[in-house]
Design a protein around this ligand. Sequence first.
Ligand code: SAH
Ligand code: SF4
Length: 462
Amino acid sequence: MQERPIDNNYLDFINRLSDSLQSHGLTTAYIRTYGCQLNLSDSEKIKGILQSVGIEPTDNELEADIVVINTCAVRHTAETRVFGHIGRLKDRFTKHKDKLLMIGGCMVQQPHIVKQIAASYPFVGILFSTNNLSALPNLILTRLMTGRMTFDSYPDSYEIDESIPLSREKTYRALIPIMYGCNNYCTYCSVPFVRGPERSRNSRDISREFNLAIEDGFKEIMLLGQNVNSYRNNINDETNNFAELLNELCSNPSDYRVRFMTSHPKDAGIPLFETIGAHHQISRTIHLPLQSGSDNILSAMNRKYTSAKYLERINEARAIIPAVNFTSDIIIGFPGETEADFNATLELVRTVKFYSLFIFIYSKREGTKAALLEDDTPYQVKVRRLMELTEIQNEISLEYDRALIGSEQKAIATNQKDESQTELRLDNNSVITVDGLHRVGDFHIVIPTAIENRRLIGEIKQ
Ligand code: SAH
Ligand code: SF4
């Protein structure tokens, strides 16, 4: 195991690291993030750490002295893309040994991937742990001193470090993790293995970050956790569950929008829906991953709800929150999924009418329970099911968008494009394009006027 830095004075250590980076000619870093919002949030910390030692972020990968790849392990396709990316960097980092390539994130939490990178990609400089970002400065210094591939070999402590600096990526949306890890062990999922057990942040730290982000002008706050509904339930603090946390945060009277991801259908319920209903700042679009409409498959996935229970949740929410919308995730071709199972999913999708769906083809993940089952649905069948479901969902999404035409919607300007248009995001997270340049981060009332190529076009209400 590696030694912690001998230097007890952190500032001295950081100064030494800054000097060392400078003398190695390392001044800029490009960070590429794969995967979910939690990974994006980790990348904001990685950027903050690098800035604190004098490294400037750049969008130009080719010119960056340091390249950081923050990886995802949820599906095999994400891993293939990462290996493709690392492969493309081979020539550059083999030739320029003075430059630094760092790989972190969920993928390198898996020992077989670490072995593979160590054996086949010797030009990688550092492999760092996603659960131990505060070790990053020490790993960088070790690499600079030894010139060898450096691993984070501390055991994951799973302690939450509130002192890590942060540099936000977006100017309108602040990502705020409220918890880390997951205890649910859905049988297909690698997250509990790579992210470790559930642990919640202190509500005081969350409140402070939330209020500061609003003070700093962020109009959208996204609260993050693998299952936000288990916030604090696991650490025996009766006074703080997710609904109460939302109540506390929304006592800030400014103008902003709150979203959260992800809510597990087994835990989301009336207290949460009542809280959403009571605060106009909380988005009326709830992401509630269904995964499958078949009870057999749901049980094999260890999701701990049935299709009837799921539907009951939806109906409860609709009774409590007027105009609530749902989005969801579906996995196609989980081991043993029959045509009847798939049809049950189609039926539930038609009944619920989600605003939009993320549809994934099942990907076998080493170490999970489902990996012991035979991945028995032929790939062509999976693709056919995916297309069938996509088509049905597209119709439903289009119906929702058509119903918006002529209505007044609150939206946040998120992107200026082509020097003459602005993209804004509605409450349901859909993008709407309007003419004219409007400042990113401002709220506007927009009126959708048409749908072109499945995208909303509109105008700003004057
Ligand atoms: N904690 C979140 C999910 C994180 S992963 C939740 O419970 O909803 C995001 C989505 O990826 C999941 O909802 C699931 O639909 C999908 N996913 C996870 N593991 C997968 C796998 N092995 N194959 C295909 N899709 C997967
Ligand atoms: Fe994975 Fe299930 Fe945890 Fe979501 S709740 S991260 S799908 S194990």
